[in-house]
Write a protein that binds this ligand. Structure first.
Ligand code: Q46
Ligand code: ZN
Ligand code: ZN
Length: 304
């Protein structure tokens, strides 16, 4: 397989785009493809201050790298969840993020250490709340959302960017459709606009396949943590990803069509009416962050 641009051996063949590119031309294409997604969905502009939520994985570190290459003002934020999993998951992922920053003088990283700040790691607080049953993912998601918005608001960032890729988005979309989670379907979008103390959220890799992001990280020499969070192993999202991968093998481009078709349906008013209106928000009586019910937000109730 030859590179479409220069005829040298291709490093990646993207059947969904009918495009093969070499090690030199692929990163250029990937960066400009991301830039086109940023513009198409009006995610942000050069005047915005962006906070990138980084986990130490390939998606978030590649996103930060791409935004810096494009010249955006982009700082990073890492949340140390205190997860060990027998191999020091949080310690290792934090090391990867810190090495990324050390190699790029002048970039700023915010580190939130959950145990140091609130007195318990994610598995500890979850075990207390769930009385030792189940995975800590619900508690983890709640804490991450709260802390990302808190840092964004406190430091005046106008945009919060996450590294969700197309494979993540279609797995969530399939799950939401299978269960007809209309509330979640309404909120699944490349951009969630800012409102009432909530910073705008964007997903610049929402049209990029996971293997495209992995190829970018590899070619650019971005060192990331290969292991997944130990609590992600065997979860339903990974099951949906496997199913969608089988469909994609038979029908290249199926994931992209599925996602873009969904976004078009939204634009054309497929999801409309009262349910499309987000519920009113109230400031939490303790931390001040927006919450749908007056009084304490779910985060403050958790630690109480
Ligand atoms: S929610 Fe669950 Fe993830 Fe938190 S505990 Fe790990 S798998 S990191 S996206
Ligand atoms: Zn080439
Ligand atoms: Zn609160």
């Amino acid at each position: 397989m030859k590179c479409r641009r220069c005829n040298r051996p291709a490093a990646i063949n993207m059947r969904q785009h009918k495009l093969a590119l070499c090690e030199e031309h692929y990163p250029e294409w990937f960066v400009s493809y991301t830039e086109r997604a940023i513009r198409k969905y009006r995610m942000f502009g050069p005047e915005d201050r962006i906070l990138v939520a980084v986990s130490g994985g390939k998606d978030s570190l590649s996103l930060w790298d791409v935004l810096l290459r494009l010249g955006y003002s982009a700082d990073g934020m890492y949340i140390d969840l205190g997860i060990d999993g027998g191999f020091g998951y949080s310690r290792l992922s934090r090391e990867k993020v810190e090495a990324f920053v050390a190699a790029r003088p002048g970039v700023r990283l915010h580190v939130v250490d959950v145990a140091a700040l609130y007195g318990a790691t994610i598995p500890e607080v979850s075990a207390r709340k769930m009385r030792g049953r189940g995975k800590p993912c619900a508690v983890c998601g709640l804490i991450k959302r709260h802390e990302m918005n808190r840092i964004a608001q406190e430091y005046g960032y106008t945009v919060l960017a996450t590294g969700h890729n197309l494979d993540d988005e279609v797995a969530v979309l399939l799950s939401n459709l299978l269960h007809w989670q209309t509330g979640y379907l309404l909120r699944q979008a490349p951009v969630l606009v800012e409102r009432d103390g909530m910073t705008r959220k964007v997903k610049p890799f929402c049209r990029s396949y996971e293997r495209e992001v992995a190829a970018y990280a590899l070619i650019q020499g971005i060192d990331y943590i290969y292991e997944e969070c130990p609590y992600a192993v065997g979860n339903l999202t990974n099951f949906y990803k496997d199913m969608l991968a089988r469909i994609e093998t038979e029908s290249p481009g199926a994931k992209l069509q599925f996602y873009q078709g969904f976004l078009r349906a939204r634009e054309e008013g497929f999801f409309c009416g009262e349910a499309a209106e987000p519920p009113p928000m109230h400031p939490c009586s303790q931390c001040g962050q927006p919450t749908t019910v007056p009084g304490l937000c779910a985060f403050c109730r958790l630690w109480q």
